[in-house]
Write a protein that binds this ligand. Structure first.
Ligand SMILES: [Zn+2]
Length: 383
């Protein structure tokens, strides 16, 4: 069975390499926009004649390269990937229109010129490589670039690389390695103790069926204060002045720090949960609905639940563990975890309640975690 694994490292290009990197970033964006423009124009012209629209032959990249000499300076594989991206964007859009795809995908948009940008290039004729001994990576049209990372090996063959530039001017290379890996066999669970139920919570990230939480809030609060401070400073500067640019960079740096700490938190959490337990039960969260009904907008998304869930699933996939997602309509908060009585009168404000049926004292979050644990055990056939 073939498996892909990414290795993302920070690279330190020299001035000349930076110039070349920025050129490829610009050219990938330019060709994407030109091809999108062509498709829009053709559509406008032939929208009443489906056959003609289907038969239309769009310009190949080589034609563009002849027309616009400067495109030749860019890595040609990166331009090819831009085309693939555009074709995929259209295919996703059409699938969404036909209802063959979950979620709504809009019509492809032009890419804007931004500081933050990336391009992908595929590996042909050994045009890319990672040398862990010398801590250098080889990239098409760029040669060898120094990188910094503690990891010292990666299994498999390099398939592609995504080079990115952050808003703060840092460069990263993410290599995709393909390797032959044995099929992971899902673990058979016999002990309910090896199952954990997590009730996602806005204040603590989650509370499990034992009442533990991963202690997330302290970190975010610190960052929020930092962000407020630098944003306040920025607002006082004259737009376009050199101090304004400096302050803007500060804001970007704090944003970057927040994003990094979130990824780090989610990754560590996914690793520790999958090593500690054999199955993790969570609710299928409808984040959009949640933020609308609770009027919490931004903060829900900021907590990065979705990112956490996808990392958790991936980790479980690799280790043969289970992630059980319980239907979002399952009333995990309203059911009494000791007798199963449904308390329909429970409101969001009630942090604790007493079961009118069996008299159990219940804390809202722990109770929900216990219910999720129970449902998960049942789904796993653990009585
Ligand atoms: Zn009860």
């Amino acid at each position: 069975m073939k498996r892909n694994k990414a290795l993302k490292v920070r690279i330190y290009p020299n001035a000349k390499q930076i110039e070349q990197l920025n050129k490829t970033l610009g050219c990938s964006r330019a060709i994407y926009n030109m091809m999108l423009h062509e498709r829009i124009t053709v559509f406008e012209e032939y929208k009443d004649d489906r056959q003609k629209l289907y038969d239309y032959k769009y310009k190949e990249i080589s034609v563009y390269r002849k027309e616009f000499e400067w495109l030749k300076e860019a890595d040609s594989q990166a331009l090819a990937c831009s085309k693939v991206n555009l074709v995929n964007a259209f295919s996703n859009f059409y699938k969404s229109v036909r209802g063959e795809r979950k979620g709504k995908v809009g019509f492809p948009k032009y890419k804007k010129k931004k500081k933050q940008n990336s391009y992908t290039s595929s590996c042909i004729n050994n045009n890319m490589a990672v040398d862990f001994e010398l801590k250098t990576v080889k990239l098409p049209k760029l040669g060898w670039i120094h990188f910094r990372d503690q990891r010292c090996s990666a299994e498999g063959k390099v398939k592609s690389v995504t080079v990115s530039r952050t808003a703060t001017g840092k460069y990263f290379a993410s290599f995709l390695f393909e390797r032959e890996a044995p099929e992971v066999i899902k673990k058979v669970i016999t002990d309910p103790q090896r199952v954990v139920g997590l009730d996602m919570s806005l204040s603590d990230f989650y509370v499990d069926n034992e009442g533990n939480n991963p202690g997330y809030s302290r970190n975010t609060r610190k960052h929020e204060m930092q962000l407020a401070k630098v944003q306040r400073r920025l607002s006082k500067k004259k737009k376009g002045s050199s101090n304004w640019y400096k302050a803007k960079r500060h804001v970007a740096l704090v944003h970057e720090k927040i994003a990094n700490s979130r990824v780090d938190f989610n990754r560590k959490l996914a690793t520790s949960l999958t090593s500690e337990y054999d199955a993790v039960c969570i609710e299928t969260l409808s984040l959009k609905g949640m933020s609308q009904t609770l009027n919490l907008g931004k903060s829900v998304f900021d907590l990065g639940f979705a990112d956490f869930v996808s990392r958790l699933k991936q980790k479980a996939e690799e280790t043969g563990k289970h992630v059980i997602q319980v239907d979002k309509w399952y009333p995990s908060s309203k059911l009494c975890s000791s007798c199963g009585h449904k308390n329909s009168a429970l409101t969001l404000k009630d942090r604790t309640w007493t079961c009118p049926n069996c008299g159990a004292e219940l804390s809202r979050d722990v109770n929900a975690g216990k219910n999720l644990h129970n449902v998960g055990c049942k789904m796993l056939g653990l009585g």
